[in-house]
Design a protein around this ligand. Structure first.
Ligand code: M6R
Length: 616
């Protein structure tokens, strides 16, 4: 949610900032802006709309400056207008701030600052933050302006309730950028004679691979020649330099028209990466060293709570089926935003597992912190190895899916399901699962990537189906057992990128209300692989057809009879029913993608959304 990039060095800042913003655009894209410092004051350029609008303005104005901060916004307070776009200035007009997060007590602070004679030109919480830091900045003394700016940030931030990742520049201190974080990610990029500040390494990975991930309550000062990290209350903070492990190519679309399509096609490989080196054929089990748990601790686990949001939550629901069926450990999924405010009963041996692609989703992070507060052992299933969730969990499993840039999550879902299969296998083998059954599952899991490639080879067929239904106003998604979460996921994908209203249901729930919606203009997508409830699904399809509802079925090859009841069929290769979500979700991803393209939607940047939801 919102992207920040700052640069200080020997080069002109604006092209670097624009390129970084382009890479961060998935975090928010309703307005963008930059502030440059050139020793003669601050130049601020802000534009509502996409970064392209800012780029055009910068091309016209040609601002100069080797120091700058910039921002792409996902609006929280105030509409996406030029006036609400970041950076925001303080009362003096000499200080500028970009901010990712939410200042919850901004109204009180604003009222108080107004009483102190401050005037505001936007509706944002960020402008209040700029004024607050400006208020604390003592411009009346001869002391070092850098120290005064850092001091002002350190004095202002403890007065703030909420979350922030910020970058601040001041006319009086043109040789530094000051940053700080609490709850919103911020990373320092280290270069030769230049430094960067960004909310995500993808913004700076073309310039440097050496980075420092800031922790909550850190305040950093970057200059051309160095950086200094302090605690917000003073004193040096702990600093670790890390090496970024992905290349800029991974964060580019390549020959694909959209990141989403690229990421859908990456799934055979991303699943291979998720399971590589984690399977023991000798023992018919999984090897998951990152859990940081002894055999004894694993054996004692008597309950598992999976917490996540959105697509990761749907993956968790598939995980619940996998873990319960393979290991017979009671497992439940708690939507992270609910878990954090509920008082879920736990046992002393309950294991909490949070699932998050970004590792920065604020609700998931809050669920993790709540579970830790209650003394639970907490693991993470995370993609972003440098994320806050990855750092705050006791252990976990990285999914190694590589950067996922498309706002619609695709490869992270299948990789999350793949590693939960490993987890189910590990727990299963500790309890009652035989090594033969374990080995069989391993063989089937290893065969999944090639089967996904076979489904991807049907993309043209799926595209034709998508174009046939692209005009509809709504769609139903039906599935049973472990394909019920896939129905939810199919509906989420359809909604978020094509803006077609869609809902997912357990197929048998149809006749308890949803069937009232069925009509010729409302297609239903049935996920009906050949499993224990296949015949039941066929009956549900018949019920829809009897009411003239069109049906698209996702079915297992070798069962052509389904063509007698469904209008359109997409076949998946055979696989054990426990693994079928890894296959059934692929046609649904492609279906939503091609529907969105046919409707002319901006697939990678759906309206109102952002990739990483770092506000509550
Ligand atoms: O980064 P996370 O996995 O924690 O993100 C969770 C959700 O915000 C995310 O899955 C969201 O629902 C996607 N836009 C779905 O495509």
């Amino acid at each position: 949610m919102c992207g920040i990039i700052g640069y200080i060095g020997k080069r002109q800042a604006s092209p670097i900032l624009l390129d970084g913003l382009r890479r961060l655009e998935y975090r928010g894209y309703d307005s963008a802006g930059m502030a440059l410092s050139n020793g003669h004051g601050l130049e601020v350029i802000r534009r509502a709309g996409r970064i392209e609008n800012l780029r055009k303005a910068v091309a016209e104005i040609n601002p100069r400056g080797e120091v700058g901060i910039s921002h792409t916004r996902w609006a929280t307070h105030g509409a996406p207008t030029d006036a609400n776009a970041h950076p925001h200035k303080d009362e003096s007009g000499k200080l500028a701030v970009v901010h990712n997060g939410v200042i919850e007590n901004y109204q009180q602070l604003r009222d108080w600052l107004k009483g102190e004679g401050h005037t505001f030109s936007s509706e944002t919480d960020t402008e209040v933050l700029a004024h607050l830091i400006g208020f604390e900045y003592d411009g009346s003394t001869e002391t070092d302006p850098i120290q005064r700016l850092v001091g002002a940030v350190q004095t202002a931030l403890p007065r703030v309730k909420g979350t922030y990742g910020i970058a601040v520049i001041h006319e009086d201190a043109p040789s530094v950028i000051v940053g700080a974080r609490l709850g919103s990610p911020l990373v320092v990029g280290l270069g030769e004679g230049e430094h960067y500040l960004a909310s995500d390494v993808s913004a700076i990975v073309t310039h440097t691979k050496d980075v420092v991930y800031l922790n909550d309550y850190d305040v950093v000062t970057i200059s051309r020649t160095g950086y200094d990290v302090q605690h917000v209350e003073g004193g040096a903070a702990r600093v670790t330099v890390s090496r970024v492990d992905f290349t800029e190519d991974e964060a580019e679309k390549g020959d694909f028209p959209h990141f989403m399509l690229k990421e859908i096609y990456e799934q055979p490989n991303s699943i291979r990466n998720a399971i590589r080196g984690r399977l023991s054929k000798d023992e018919g089990t999984a090897i998951l060293g990152g859990l940081q748990m002894t055999q004894q601790e694993l054996r004692q686990v008597d309950r598992i709570i999976l917490s996540a949001c959105g697509t990761a939550c749907h993956a968790g629901m598939v995980g619940e089926y996998l873990i319960e069926s393979l290991a017979r450990i009671p497992t439940e999924v708690e939507i992270a935003s609910e878990f954090r405010y509920r008082n879920v009963p736990t046992t002393k041996d309950t294991l909490q597992i949070v699932i998050s692609q970004s590792g920065e989703t604020i609700d998931t992070l809050a669920a993790l912190r709540e579970a830790k507060r209650k003394g639970l052992k907490c693991l993470g299933i995370v993609n972003n190895v440098a994320s806050t969730i990855a750092r705050e969990t006791d252990g976990g499993i990285y999914i190694h899916a590589g950067p996922e840039i498309g706002v619609a999550a695709t490869k992270s879902f299948t990789s999350q399901v793949a590693v939960m299969t490993l987890l189910g296998l590990l727990f299963g083998r500790i309890h009652h699962l035989s090594s033969t059954d374990g080995l069989e599952l391993i063989d089937e899991l290893e065969a999944i990537p090639d089967k996904i490639s076979q489904i991807l080879a049907q993309a043209d067929h799926i595209k034709q189906i998508a174009e046939k239904y692209a005009h509809v106003e709504g769609m139903l998604f039906m599935g049973r057992l472990n394909n019920y979460p896939v129905a939810l996921e199919g509906a989420l994908k359809m909604k978020e990128i094509s803006y077609i209203y869609a809902s997912g249901h357990p197929s048998a729930e149809l006749k308890h209300g949803v069937i009232a919606l069925v009509k010729p203009e409302l297609p239903s997508v049935f996920i009906a692989p050949h499993d224990a409830v296949f015949e039941k699904n066929i009956s549900n399809i018949e019920e829809v057809k009897a009411r003239k509802g069109p049906v698209i079925a996702v079915a297992t090859e070798g069962h052509p009879n389904i063509e007698k009841v469904a209008d359109d069929v997409i076949y998946i290769p055979r696989c054990p029913s426990s693994l079928s979500p890894l296959l059934t979700v692929i046609p649904l991803q492609l279906l939503s993608y091609y529907v969105a393209v046919a409707r002319g939607c901006d697939v990678d940047k759906p309206r109102n959304l952002a990739k990483s939801v770092t506000v509550e």
